[in-house]
Design a binder for this molecule. Structure first.
Ligand code: NDP
Ligand code: DGY
Length: 315
């Protein structure tokens, strides 16, 4: 069978890009200096598209790809994919769930630990030779505290298991209660009021944009900490900065931001904020597994017209 033409719209790691180039005719849209020319030359031939979890795919780009059959997302989040449009055109959309769940949950726990126990400051303290001069600061005990999870999906559940093992209580919200041993709180304000740590683990996109707003942050309160490992768009970043500046929120641990890699200067300057560069799934093992799954979805489609992971909206 002749190799299909694939459009690559995000920078890909070599362990995914090289095998893709061996199996398909790949066209690097993300690095192309003249993108309109690339689309004019090859747009009508493109049958597959590979993008990152955070890549936004405009419908105008898809309009220029009339033969497109499948979008394979290298990531679990597909908030950048216009799913209604894909449904109308019958374009399959696949992602890389499950293989990254544990790593992302580990990062959420790390952010809880770092914000509560001050490990980032403690590390700086030792490196600066301060321990020779004075005692380190005291942190906050985690056992007995409550973690409120917004979005108890694959990652949310893995976070719940981990913090439960740390003797923390778990409460959660989502669009509906689930058959799980944790208390469901239908209202996000009430969840924030009940929680010491509010952990954001739901998908991004229009439905969840700024779900965590000034009101929710105020409900979380001056002893509360916000942890976000999902998408920056879910949190109103201006409201977050204001709450931290006014000390109506104790701390924040953030792996994701609204306009990555740009982070508000005010957040960069704060000592009670732990900032990570979107590294939830960034281990060699997991990124390899994500790459393998991203390619396997394309391979399965072009050989058998089926896929391994189809996102729920397109089921
Ligand atoms: P899942 O689909 O398994 O879980 C998402 C959960 O969110 C579901 O339990 C769902 O529950 C809930 N949810 C969906 N919509 C809403 C809504 N409008 N309001 C409240 N809750 C909602 O996804 P994963 O756990 O695999 O991944 C979650 C997100 O984490 C991804 O979408 C991605 O954006 C992000 N992510 C970030 C990474 C990083 O590097 N930091 C890495 C991987 C993922 P219900 O249906 O009951 O509402
Ligand atoms: C994901 O898998 O959604 C991560 O955020 C990487 O984009």
């Amino acid at each position: 069978m002749e190799a299909a033409d694939i459009l690559i719209t995000a920078p890909l790691p070599p362990f995914l890009y090289e095998p893709l180039k061996q199996a398909y005719r790949c066209h690097d849209y993300s690095q192309a200096t003249d993108k309109p020319a690339l689309l004019r030359d090859i747009g009508r031939e493109i049958r597959g598209l590979v993008q990152g979890g955070g890549t936004v795919t405009p419908t105008e780009l898809l309009d220029a790809l009339p033969a497109l059959e499948i979008i394979s997302v290298f990531g679990v989040g597909y908030d950048g994919v216009p799913t209604d449009y894909c449904k109308r055109r019958g374009i399959k959309v696949t992602n890389t769930p499950d293989v990254l769940t544990d790593d992302v949950a580990d990062v959420a726990v790390a952010l809880i630990l770092m914000t509560a126990r001050g490990f980032v400051r403690a590390n700086r303290f030792v490196h600066a030779g301060e321990w020779l001069k004075r005692s380190p600061e005291l942190g906050t005990k985690l056992g007995g505290r409550t973690v409120g999870i917004l979005g108890l999906g694959r990652i949310g559940k893995a976070i719940a298991q981990r913090v439960q093992a740390m003797q923390m209580e778990v409460v959660y919200t989502g669009r509906k209660p689930q058959d799980v041993p944790y208390r469901y709180v239908p209202d996000l304000d009430a969840l924030a009021r009940a929680a010491d740590f509010l952990v954001v683990a739901c998908p991004g996109g229009a439905a969840t944009r700024h779900l965590v707003d000034a009101r929710v942050l105020s409900a979380l309160g001056s002893d509360g900490t916000l942890i976000n490992i999902a998408r920056g768009s879910i949190v109103d970043e201006d409201a977050l900065v204001r709450a931290l500046q006014a000390k109506t929120l104790r701390a924040a641990g953030l792996d994701v931001f609204d306009n990555e890699p740009n982070i508000p200067a005010a957040l960069l300057a704060m000592d009670n904020v732990v900032l990570l560069p979107h590294v939830g799934s960034a281990t060699r093992e997991t990124r390899q597994a994500m790459g393998d799954l991203c390619k396997a979805n394309l391979d399965r489609w072009f050989s058998e017209r089926s896929v391994l992971t189809l996102i729920p909206e397109l089921n």
